[in-house]
Design a binder for this molecule. Sequence first.
Ligand code: ADP
Ligand code: MG
Length: 347
Amino acid sequence: MFENNTRTELSQMGEFGLIKHLTKTIKLQHSNSIKGVGDDAAVIEPGGQHILLSTDMLIEGVHFDLTYVPLKHLGYKAVAVNVSDICAMNGVPKQITLSLAASNRFSVEALEELYSGVLAACKKYKVDLVGGDTTSSLSGLCISISIIGEAEKNEIVYRNGAQEKDLLVVTGDLGGSYMGLQILEREKAVFKENPNIQPDLEGNDYILERQLKPEARTDIRPILKELDIKPTSMIDISDGLASEILHLCDQSSVGCTLYEEKIPLDSMTVSRAQDFNIDPTLCALSGGEDYELLFTINQKDFEKIKNHPDFTIIGHITDKAAGAQLVTRSGSSIPLTAQGWDAFLKK
Ligand code: ADP
Ligand code: MG
């Protein structure tokens, strides 16, 4: 599995040796990270801002499949999805801790690969890895990351602030990550049938990258600031557009109208979806793992955002009684529910 074929057993290194080994290259980037790895607790200097705190746990076989996910990518993605949660609050990510449980199936070299991805993401997103925990598991790999972010009190954007007539806006394009996963699953099935066949991943770079190496939208906060826009509500798209819209509507006690024809899709997502006989809209609504941001803005901000390449207006907020509605390409309106795409499939 690794270019370098040496295999060092975890038992050869011991817990403390391993922690030292994995964290020896860490250089703290933030002046308020006072103490990182090495003591009983990390020390962080509070800066008078509000602290944002979030945690995500990834379990082998539930959240990732190591038959096609390289460990380096897994490490990168584990950090990116946490950073995405801080972006969704309109905050700045600062520190993470990483807790790890690994079985003896994993070698020191394998965990080095994982950490190379973790540390690459820390560099990219400017976050300090300041601690964690290392333990063994009976089978498989489990990674839990906690992240600390910061924001001024009045900058924080919650899920519950959407108001009637607000515009519903999304960053980037959707559904690509799901189609990337379909390609990987297909090649895994082919490989299981015949291990001599090389995986055929040609021509799918963009959607494979969306699945294997998603990026958190840390670029959006400064863009919104520059445009002088504060979203009224915001959430990141980890579970699919439909589910995230329903969270915003539920928490804000509003309804919404979403226009199918406005949902941003990349051409590769559309053509691979067609190959697989899947409705591309369905990939966006229910696929998940796109890690784009979904937010609402007041109508007065329309002019500031209307031609911006990073943003697409996909609908608007309505009265709670109207519920969440999807207007299809053919013009009919159907209720958007968590399983809403069932009805959609049968149209
Ligand atoms: P304790 O036994 O006091 O909990 P540990 O021996 O677990 O301490 O950890 C020693 C130091 O190494 C602590 O600073 C801890 O945060 C850090 N650490 C432990 N495991 C990891 C890891 N997987 N990644 C980064 N830092 C870690
Ligand atoms: Mg410990």
